[in-house]
Ligand binder design. Sequence first.
Ligand code: SAM
Length: 235
Amino acid sequence: MIFHVLTIFPEFFRGPFEHGVVARARQTGGVEIHLHNLRDWTHDRHKTVDDRPFGGGEGMLLKPEPLFAAVESIWPERDRSRRVILLSAQGRKFDQAAARRLSQAAELLLICGRYEGVDERVAEHLADEELSIGDYVLSGGELAAAVVVDAVARLLPGVLGNEDSAVFESFGEVSGEERPGILDCPQYTRPAEFRGWKVPEILLGGNHEEIRRWRKQAALEKTARLRPDLLRNVE
Ligand code: SAM
């Protein structure tokens, strides 16, 4: 899968895209990430990407011209397999179901806003969708883009060592529907006793059927305690 990220801070992504699963996926060729500097599509001496909002108000907005020019030069042709996503606090909430949906695309182009945001014509006429990573305001779309790339990349075939690990984890698929599943069960590693806290006996016993049942029950209990809203999604 190919990701394009349009940003005024391409160097921001050195950390997130050069470690762990995403870095490995880039090395093995499962994932390509192209970082594009928005200022490359400006024509003035100062490489201006922002301007004041009409009607007054605080701060500056990213101008539409360089954003449209960038997308149209990265993809002179667009079809349904190429999705333009505007990262925005006003967008639809990004979740595991959205990550699964986006992992079906051939290419994603993520637009990172900055300052007070982005001229609304970008949301209306350039982006296929606006996505928010949560109900809080970040100072730029770069962190959000890194979150989306990471969550989508790890769902691509061959990216995780064990194909099952993306299914049997928190928010796993609910029978093919676009809804997040429940939380993963609690997991433990050695030592079997730490500061007097013992790992549940059943996990040490080696009876796979009992362990499977314990895990299902423990996952439901943890979900009920921490995220009861997710229980609506299961039988
Ligand atoms: N004035 C905007 C508002 O109130 O909705 C906030 C702009 S924010 C300071 C600057 C940029 O950060 C946005 O254009 C967007 O790209 C990004 N951003 C902020 N919060 C975000 C969120 N929760 N999810 C995704 N992107 C976000």
